[in-house]
Design a protein around this ligand. Structure first.
Ligand code: FES
Length: 197
């Protein structure tokens, strides 16, 4: 066989031997599978992102957070009872914001029965505010710093004022504020979602 013909076959990967032909076919099959896998991965990512943007806004807030963690609502436990006692108002430190752990009947995917639920209680005389501890960006627990008079989120630098309003960072919403009521000197909060009334 002339050299030029043999060279042309080699360049085409067809040297004529069955082994080299099989090797060439295996390489092509491998490349095609790799391309298909990359295409499926890209399609999957696009489907998830598109689906979240389409479906997320119409879901209730609680489910929106759990299914689409990039949205703005924190994963607060769902109380079962309508009003949950926080404590006797006279026992709550005045002119301060205090972290209080409430025993609340909860029901969600991870817990049921009475569970500790932490909330921040701000008291100025008769004025009371109760905040969810979760940052409205991605749900990290915020920390109150009395000296600065601010809530700080350790995750991405979110900062909230004493009234829960966003002062800096990525949080899209103020801290969630529980509805409250005072009855016979005791402070109660109402669940934020999924309560019985
Ligand atoms: Fe708080 Fe991101 S979770 S700033």
């Amino acid at each position: 066989m002339p050299d030029s013909v043999a060279g042309g076959e080699a360049r085409n990967g067809m040297t004529g031997s069955p082994e080299s032909t099989r090797g060439s076919l295996r390489r092509r099959a491998f490349i095609l599978k790799a391309l298909a896998a990359v295409g499926a991965y890209v399609a999957g990512v696009l489907a998830v992102v598109g689906g979240r943007n389409l479906v997320g806004p119409v879901l209730p807030q609680h489910y929106r957070w759990s299914l689409w963690p990039r949205s703005a609502t924190a994963p607060t436990l769902v109380f079962k009872s309508a009003w949950t006692p926080v404590g006797v108002v006279a026992d709550i430190p005045d002119a301060k914001t205090t972290l209080v752990t409430v025993k609340a009947p909860v029901e969600d995917a991870w817990a049921s029965g009475d569970q500790p639920v932490a909330v921040y209680v701000k008291r100025s005389g008769d004025q009371l505010m109760v905040f969810d501890i979760h940052c409205t960006h991605l749900g990290c627990a915020v920390r109150w710093t009395q000296g600065a008079g601010r809530f700080f989120c350790p995750c991405h630098g979110g900062v909230y004022g004493a009234d829960g309003q966003v002062l800096a960072g990525p949080p899209p919403l103020p801290l969630y504020q529980y509805p409250i009521r005072v009855e016979n000197g005791t402070l109660y909060i109402r669940p934020r979602a999924g309560g019985t009334s």
